[in-house]
Write a protein that binds this ligand. Structure first.
Ligand code: APR
Ligand code: PHB
Length: 391
């Protein structure tokens, strides 16, 4: 089989890219290891920057998001028993964020790709990319026990952190950076009303907590947990009790609890692969970088990567120029590193780090005290949270 752009991975990165290319008359094939039904069982974050919203509109996958998503003008940080509001719109001169789950975005993207007759090959496990330094790289994949090849002009590695595309780049050329945090997030989804109409991030001596939401009767909550914990250690009752202990009293008192419909533990990691291009293989999204979820940047960084990559590919097919492809990695990485910094900073500010002792904890207190006393500091937080420009 042959196509113009071979896309490895049917997550948000791969699906947005294939749709944007299709709208410009460029053909692609998406190879996804799992079934799309399985992909839709994954629960991920749900806070979209304006740039991500605009890209989904450009991809014509925005109708349900515009109808069912929630525009948030601010969010809260709670510490020492009180909620403090970050007025995103006021601080940034009018920009907020959209609350709409990544699972729903993926569902919408699958729908528009299918309606357009797009090719998504499910249960196709990519084994590797060969000839990335030639004009016709080849993707090798396995489906139904048989090996197949997809010959392409370009390959987009959109296959997440554990994918095959990054591993296809010779290790001598890979430049990677990593930081692993000494805790995880235990998250639950429940059919209960959200704790508040806006998100609440909480710093507490027992550990971080986050109250988020999907809609009026669907809540997503997280608490910092030990990496040794397993979900079986956490009954719903234990989870709700622990969450309530960490929240300000007025929030805890009105919190509506109920049975969890999903419960999972995720480790926290910062990771960047600076080698986002190897010949005609381009990495995008989680394949190239991971952020801890504290700043809600994972999906938003995938969107900015795809913005730059789609423009580079479209320019190539329209004019033959490789200029946009040549600057892809540097443009994407600049924004990646800034979001890495912000996610690391928010993580460092709000979690418990027992190894930093009392001094570390006082530094966090002082930083929060400064933040809510300084419009300059709050503006910096707000402009990073709503998303830095695509440039
Ligand atoms: N062959 C084919 N598909 C693969 C392979 C492989 N060898 N390895 C992984 N995949 C698929 C996965 O099954 C997954 O569906 O690639 C897809 C990658 O999707 P995501 O992990 O969602 O990554 P991405 O599309 O870059 O989206 C980034 O997802 O993880 C969150 O925080 C992140 O919100 C961000 C978003
Ligand atoms: C979520 O709703 O899942 C969510 C929201 C904000 C974050 C992380 C996760 O920072």
């Amino acid at each position: 089989m042959r196509t113009q752009v071979g896309i490895i991975g049917g997550g948000p990165s791969g699906l947005i890219l294939s749709q944007l290319l299709h709208l410009q008359g460029i053909e692609s094939v998406v190879l996804e290891r799992k079934t799309m039904d399985y992909v839709l069982t994954r629960i991920r974050a749900g806070v979209l920057e304006q740039g991500c919203v605009d890209l989904l509109r450009e991809a014509q996958a925005h109708e349900r998001m515009d109808r069912e998503g929630y525009e948030h003008d601010g969010f809260n940080i709670a510490f020492q028993g009180e909620c403090h509001r970050v007025d995103l719109k006021g601080l940034t001169g009018g920009t907020g964020v959209m609350v709409y789950g990544q699972t729903e975005i993926t569902r919408d993207l699958i729908e528009v790709r299918r309606a357009a007759g797009g090719t998504i090959i499910e249960e196709a496990e990519v084994l590797g990319v060969e000839g990335a330094e030639t004009d016709s790289p080849v993707i090798r994949y396995k489906k139904d026990g048989q090996e197949h090849t997809l010959i392409c002009d370009f390959v987009a590695g959109c296959d997440g952190y554990h994918g095959a595309s990054r591993r296809s780049i010779p290790s001598t050329l890979l430049k990677t950076f990593e930081k692993v945090y000494p805790f995880g997030w235990l998250g639950i989804m429940s059919e209960t009303p959200p704790a508040d109409h806006e998100l609440i991030y909480t710093r507490h001596e027992r550990g971080f907590a986050l109250c988020s939401m999907r809609n009026e009767n669907l809540s997503r909550h997280y608490i910092q947990c030990s990496l040794d914990d397993s979900v079986d250690d956490w009954s719903d009752d234990r989870f709700w009790d622990e969450l309530r202990r960490r929240l300000p009293e007025n929030v805890a008192d009105t919190l509506v609890t109920g049975p969890s419909i999903e419960k999972s533990i995720a480790p926290l990691r910062s990771f960047v692969c600076e080698t986002m291009r190897h010949g005609r293989l381009f990495l995008a999204g989680d394949a190239a970088h991971i952020v801890p979820p504290t700043g809600a940047k994972g999906l938003n960084l995938a969107a900015s990567d795809i913005y730059f990559l789609s423009r580079g590919l479209i320019e190539f097919y329209k004019s033959g120029s490789e200029a946009g492809l040549d600057t892809y990695a540097s443009k994407a990485l600049r924004r990646v590193w800034m979001a890495e910094r912000f996610s690391w900073w928010m993580t460092s500010l709000l979690h418990n780090f027992p190894e930093t002792g009392g001094f570390g904890s006082r530094m966090q207190d002082a930083e929060l005290d400064y933040l809510f006393g300084s419009k300059a500091a709050l503006t910096s937080l707000a402009e990073n949270y709503v998303g830095l420009p695509y440039e």
